[in-house]
Design a protein around this ligand. Structure first.
Ligand code: HEM
Length: 405
């Protein structure tokens, strides 16, 4: 057993952002449970081996509700901080159970399957717009700006009932919220802007309800006391950010993975029945999230033979788990036919991704349509020059220039 006092934290730097998997493969060998310092100065513990990560994701000794359990009793949050802190990913049972029940009906596999025609229609119109740019003389496009971002954001905005004219604004806010490099105030400023936007939207929907999730949540709120105003706004915030930051990266990083592994790409082109399995392998291989969201200890907790002291933050590194050779053979090889059962890209346990069926649907539709529409799709940049976003949580490209003919 290792005494936690022996481990002195290193600061996460550029080597982490540009090649997190290389960084984690060293950690799995040298310090699978280890403290590090994040760019903004906070200390966290990283857990990097598959077996430890999976067990810890379902371990009730790792808590999420920091506002009630960790913050000092004298702490009085401002209105915006209070709302940012009461969503599912900051909740433990029984609050978590109550909140999740309110939205889980909208995200069952059956309900989501009903969205397929709409996801296909949005995909078709985005690909039409790309073709129009080609017809006007453009040879290359940034696949993120033209496809991987607008597809999931349009879908989640439509589900929630957010007008499409406001989507670009959301990208800016949501980027600021997940960026590690942003000055700490960036998170708060963007969170505040969303808070005011959502407050106005709820007022408008309360006056004129529509067939969307915000109206349904307002109805649930008005029917009994099960959801207060802060929780309603926080739910919208979480669904919006979680609903597009991740899927954008599945589509973009997944396309990059296919284009840099031509044998697998040809395999998929030749046999479309491989598509659902390919999406799972692309999730395992590319990991739109480097790690699960923050958890903390209230008492000393032993993980992988290391004791993490009380009141410490812990990050369970799902991407590292998905590349642990002890669980997936030859993990650095993309193999769209492999058995990916048990991959942790959507987490595990009570916080398992609520949007997993929707993300899978969007991935299948997006990859299928992209391959059908652009048989000559290729990279328009040397993969070594592509930059990854500076976020410890989100693993995604800044841009993905592609050539379409
Ligand atoms: C490829 C796309 C996606 C990936 C990789 C992903 C990944 C994850 C992961 C790893 C978690 C668990 C976090 C933790 O335990 O700390 C999670 C939770 C969650 N995800 Fe996703 N997600 C994706 C898409 C979506 C979409 C499309 C939505 C919504 C429409 C969504 C909504 C949520 C919500 C609400 C939670 C919190 C669940 C809870 O705490 O009970 N996600 N996601």
């Amino acid at each position: 057993m290792t005494d936690s006092a022996e481990l002195s934290p290193q600061r996460l730097g550029e080597d982490y952002f540009q090649s997190p998997l290389g960084y984690f493969s060293r950690l799995r060998e040298e310090g699978p449970v280890t403290p590090v310092v994040l760019p903004h100065g906070d200390r966290v513990w990283l857990v990097t081996r598959y077996a430890d990560v999976r067990a810890a994701l379902a371990d009730p000794r790792l808590h999420k509700d920091w506002a009630s359990k960790l913050a000092s009793p004298d702490w009085v949050p401002d209105e915006v901080t209070a709302y940012l802190s009461v969503h599912l990913l900051n909740a433990d049972p029984p609050n978590h159970t109550r909140l999740r029940k309110l939205v889980s009906k909208a995200f069952t596999a059956r309900r989501v399957a009903g969205l397929r025609p709409r996801v296909e229609a949005i995909t078709t119109s985005l690909l039409d717009a790309i073709e129009a740019r080609l017809a006007a003389g453009a040879d290359t496009v940034d696949l993120i700006e033209s496809f991987a971002f607008p597809l999931p954001v349009t879908v989640i905005c439509e589900l929630l009932g957010i007008p499409s004219r406001d989507q670009a604004q959301f990208r800016e806010w949501s980027n600021a919220i997940v960026a590690s490099s942003a000055e700490p105030g960036g998170f708060h400023t963007a969170g505040a802007a969303m808070y005011h936007y959502f407050t106005r939207l709820v007022e408008a929907k309360r006056a004129t309800p529509a067939d969307d999730m915000v109206s349904a949540l307002i109805e649930a709120q008005d029917a009994d006391d099960s959801l207060d105003q802060r929780e309603l706004l926080a739910m919208m915030f979480l669904l919006l950010v979680a609903g597009h930051e991740t899927t954008t990266n599945l589509i973009a990083s997944g396309t990059l993975a296919l284009l840099t592994n031509p044998v697998e790409l040809d395999r998929l082109r030749a046999d479309r029945s491989l598509l659902p399995g390919a999406v799972e392998e692309l999730l395992r291989f590319t990991n739109p999230l480097n790690h699960a969201t923050d958890r903390f200890t209230l008492e000393p907790v032993q993980i992988g033979g290391v004791t993490i002291p009380a009141r410490e933050w812990v990050l369970l590194v799902t991407s590292s788990a998905n590349h642990d050779p002890a669980r997936f053979s030859d993990p650095g090889r993309l193999d769209i036919g492999r058995d990916t059962g048990g991959h942790l890209a959507f987490g595990h346990g009570i916080h398992y991704c609520l949007g997993a069926p929707l993300a899978r649907l969007e991935g299948e539709v997006a990859f299928g349509a992209l391959l059908d529409r652009f048989p000559a799709l290729s990279l328009a940049a040397d993969p070594a020059t592509l930059l990854w976003r500076k976020s410890s949580l989100i693993h995604g490209l800044e841009q993905l220039p592609v050539r379409l003919r």
